[in-house]
Structures are given as structure tokens and as C-alpha cells.
Design a protein around this ligand. Structure first.
Ligand SMILES: NC(=O)c1ccc[n+]([C@@H]2O[C@H](COP(=O)([O-])OP(=O)(O)OC[C@H]3O[C@@H](n4cnc5c(N)ncnc54)[C@H](OP(=O)(O)O)[C@@H]3O)[C@@H](O)[C@H]2O)c1
Length: 254
């Protein structure tokens, strides 16, 4: 058999945001690497579309609103009990928003922070609870953004939430190491998805071309981010924790 350090056979991985975009691509990539994948998002129909696109057997799914952050520990216990203790968690559920500072309201910041950060924090807290992750430990990937590193007008609430993801990743990597839980982030630049397209709907075709030129390798594809997340969830990254991997076609290299 060919050696593959990213082989995920026998691993159970939870993917949030699996009904769309990057989360859906990650779920598919992980299933191709042999993982059993548990899909979570709100939209049951689109979750089932992802389920149908997975390779292999034994996958699961749950329609759940991550705004209900207080219920996340119970949901994690249910998933671990009914599906399997987890080897990996990829938190791709997230909200994007483009709104100038002067038009922003506290509620805009609160709603982005709730799903992008607090839900991630609750998933991470669960890793320290008995029976949620395997005895061999687990790897967690949170999705940040290049907007946590560089600025763009109108991205205040979004950038603030993604900068918080970086702080959460580094701190929880230290706190969860004793549970053999690794925590890392991927920081994508622009990839066309439902969420990104909605967030950029105000841009003209010319502005989108200008935006693409800021990416030396052009815009990315969902699978580019999915593969980076799969690497961070696999044993190929066994000694990597507390790090943030830019997946940005060179956007932040300039
Ligand atoms: N695409 C990009 O260019 C890009 C760049 C940098 C970072 N990111 C980050 O990547 C992540 C995924 O974005 P995407 O581009 O894949 O966007 P997307 O296509 O809009 O997908 C977002 C996912 O999050 C889920 N979700 C949103 N709110 C939820 C909630 N309250 N409870 C449960 N699930 C919820 C959605 O599912 P339901 O609607 O079914 O609940 C959907 O599956 C986000 O954190 C985003 O900030 C994206």
C-alpha cells in the first residue's frame, strides 16, 4: 500500500459549516482521505447534498444553529456518543460581512463574533470534556482569514472576529496540549462561495478583477482551503499546534 501521511482512515471528524462553500469542500476532501465525517450546519437540504457527495460510509449529519452557543457542549456529547469520539474538528461555519465602521452597529459585531469565535471556543472547550475526543487526542482547525493580518475598508467586524480566532487558537493550543489536542487555523484569502459572493456583491466586475490581481496566484478554490485544513487535521502535522497557515495565493506576501 502507498504511504500517505494524510491518510484519515478510521478517523471521525466533525465539520461545521458543511452545508456550503469551504466546509462542504473540507468534508468531501476528508471523506476522500478515508475519514468518517459528521456534518453540521442549519440547512438540512444542503447538508444532505454534501452527504451525497461524500466518499465512503458511516457519515452523519445534524441540523443545528451554532448561535445557540450554550447548547454546544451537549450537542458535542451527543455526537461523540451516537457517532464516535472525534479525532478532528473543523470549524468552517462562519459569517462574513462588509460594512463601513460608520454604518456598523454593536449587533453586527456581536452576531459575527458569536458564530466565528464563541462557537469555536465552545467546540474547543468540549475537547477537554470526557469522551468527546479519542484517547489518542485530536486536531482542531478554526477558520480565520487574511483579514486578521491585513486591512480592507468595511471589514471591521469581520476582521475583529477573525483576529480573535487567532488569539483563541494560540491560547487553546497551549491549554489543550496536555489533552493531546492540537489547535491550528487556516487563513484564506478570497475563494468564491455563497458567503464570499454575498459579502462582495457591491463590487463591480472591474473591482473584482482588481481584487483578483491582488492575489498573485489568482483567487483560490474551495478545495485549496479544504486540503490545507485536511493537512492540519492529519498526522502529517503531528508537531504543529498554535499556528496559522495562510492559504491565500500570495495575498499577504506583498
Ligand atoms: N470564502 C472566502 O473567501 C473566505 C475567506 C476567508 C475566510 N473564510 C471563512 O470561511 C468560513 C466559511 O465560509 P464560506 O466561504 O464557506 O461561506 P458560506 O458558503 O457562506 O458557508 C458558511 C457556512 O456556515 C454555516 N453557518 C453559518 N451560520 C451558521 C450557524 N448559525 N449555525 C450553523 N452553521 C452556520 C452555513 O450553513 P447554514 O446556512 O446551512 O447554517 C454554511 O455552511 C467562514 O468562517 C469565512 O469567514 C472564507
Amino acid at each position: 500500500m502507498t504511504f500517505n501521511p494524510m491518510d484519515m482512515t478510521g478517523r471521525a471528524v466533525l465539520v461545521t459549516g458543511a452545508s456550503s462553500g469551504l466546509g462542504r469542500a473540507a468534508a468531501i476532501a476528508l471523506s476522500r482521505l478515508g475519514a468518517r465525517v459528521f456534518l453540521l450546519a442549519r440547512d438540512e437540504v444542503r447538508l444532505c447534498e454534501t452527504l451525497a457527495a461524500l466518499e465512503g460510509d458511516g457519515h452523519g449529519h445534524l441540523s443545528f444553529d451554532l448561535n445557540s452557543v450554550d447548547d454546544i457542549p451537549k450537542v458535542m456529547a451527543d455526537i461523540a456518543g451516537r457517532f464516535s469520539p472525534l479525532s478532528g474538528i473543523a470549524h468552517f461555519a462562519g459569517l462574513m460581512q462588509t460594512k463601513p465602521l460608520q454604518a456598523s452597529k454593536p449587533a453586527d459585531y456581536e452576531s459575527l463574533y458569536r458564530v466565528n469565535v464563541i462557537a469555536g471556543m465552545q467546540l474547543l472547550r468540549s475537547c477537554a470534556a470526557r469522551g468527546i475526543v479519542t484517547d489518542a487526542g485530536a486536531a482542531v482547525v478554526l477558520v480565520g482569514s487574511v483579514m486578521s493580518l491585513v486591512a480592507s475598508p468595511g471589514q471591521g467586524a469581520y476582521a475583529a472576529s477573525k483576529a480573535a480566532v487567532l488569539g483563541l487558537v494560540r491560547t487553546s493550543a497551549l491549554e489543550l496540549a496536555r489533552f493531546r489536542v492540537r489547535v491550528n487555523a487556516v487563513l484564506p484569502a478570497h475563494v468564491s462561495t455563497q458567503g464570499a459572493d454575498t459579502s462582495n456583491h457591491h463590487l463591480t466586475p472591474e473591482q473584482m478583477e482588481q481584487f483578483e490581481r491582488k492575489h498573485p496566484l489568482g483567487f483560490g478554490r474551495p478545495e485549496d482551503v479544504a486540503n490545507a485544513a485536511a493537512f492540519l487535521l492529519s498526522d502529517a502535522s503531528r508537531w504543529i499546534t498554535g499556528s496559522a497557515l495562510t492559504v491565500d495565493g500570495g495575498y499577504t506576501a506583498q
